[in-house]
Design a binder for this molecule. Structure first.
Ligand SMILES: NC(=O)c1ccc[n+]([C@@H]2O[C@H](COP(=O)([O-])OP(=O)(O)OC[C@H]3O[C@@H](n4cnc5c(N)ncnc54)[C@H](OP(=O)(O)O)[C@@H]3O)[C@@H](O)[C@H]2O)c1
Length: 255
């Protein structure tokens, strides 16, 4: 099999209906995988499937991953259609910014539930399907989407966001140790700024200043997320586990 070929593989991307998840889903499809994308909104899901259709077979499944029951449901729905899953991408995430004196309890509950607890519940729910497709030579893959905000200290008051991303990086390492013997790799990608809905306001007001902090003088492009996802999902990445890979043009080095 070619080093980066994903023909015949089945992948799941949470929050795959827009932004970074859509970039990752597109990359997986282009490498030959079939892809399930999930999110809360059915209309956005159908639109994403239409957008992905030119690249391969994409299917939408509705799930609110802030609830453990929907994390289980997502695995059940995929399991009703597939005998095995080869790649699970925990991408769905949310942020919340508010000054410390006004930072509400809800900003912890919502962000911890989606950014930290959901990747654990989703990973666990998919273990039987991942094990069904995994071998020592070609392990199953879990890819968690962290952030450079979990590696550095952001200048914005996004306390629950940065904390959950740092915790997700550590969860990635812990799961990698636990699941390696079950032939499953677990890695995290830590993106810098990418032009998505989550980042729209910040890039609108501070885009040039942010770009100037990158040693490479650029922010993320969809191919950058597609590329790292295909690497970690393919034979090329089969011996990598427990890694936190910044995809940020080096911004984390300078800020
Ligand atoms: N954009 C960046 O520059 C950047 C940088 C570093 C890290 N990241 C990380 O990359 C990931 C994606 O970010 P993004 O910028 O692409 O965000 P985005 O544009 O806001 O997209 C988020 C995706 O997650 C889904 N989602 C949100 N809440 C959900 C829930 N409760 N249950 C299920 N799905 C849910 C959304 O769909 P619905 O609204 O339909 O549910 C959407 O598909 C996040 O983990 C984020 O922290 C982003």
């Amino acid at each position: 099999m070619e080093l980066f070929d994903l023909t015949g593989k089945v992948a799941v991307v949470t929050g795959g209906t827009r932004g970074i998840g859509l970039m990752m889903a597109r990359g997986l499809l282009q490498a030959g995988a079939s892809v399930y994308v999930s999110s809360r909104k059915a209309d956005a899901g159908q639109e994403a499937v239409r957008e992905l259709e030119p690249y391969g077979v994409a299917t939408f499944i509705q799930a609110d991953l802030g609830k453990e029951s929907d994390c289980l449901l997502l695995a059940e729905e995929v399991g009703a259609r597939e005998e095995a899953v080869h790649v699970v991408v925990n991408n769905a995430g949310a942020t919340w910014g508010a000054p410390i004196d006004d930072f509400p309890a809800a900003a912890w509950d919502k962000v911890v539930d989606l950014n930290l607890k959901a990747p654990f519940f989703v990973a666990r729910a998919f273990l039987p399907l991942l094990e069904a497709g995994a071998t020592g030579e070609d392990p199953g893959r879990i890819i968690n989407v962290g952030s450079i905000e979990g590696l550095r200290v952001p200048e914005w008051p996004t306390f629950s966001y940065s904390s959950t991303k740092a915790a997700l990086h550590q969860l990635t390492r812990h799961l990698a140790r636990d699941l390696g013997p079950r032939h499953i790799t677990v890695n995290a990608v830590a993106p810098g700024p990418f032009p998505t809905k989550m980042m729209a306001a910040m890039l609108e007001s501070e885009g040039d200043a942010i770009t100037a902090t990158s040693p490479l003088g650029r922010i993320g492009h969809p191919d950058d997320m597609a590329g790292v996802t295909v690497f970690l999902s393919s034979r090329a990445g089969r011996n990598v586990t427990g890694a936190i890979i910044p995809v940020d043009g080096g911004i984390e080095l300078t800020t």
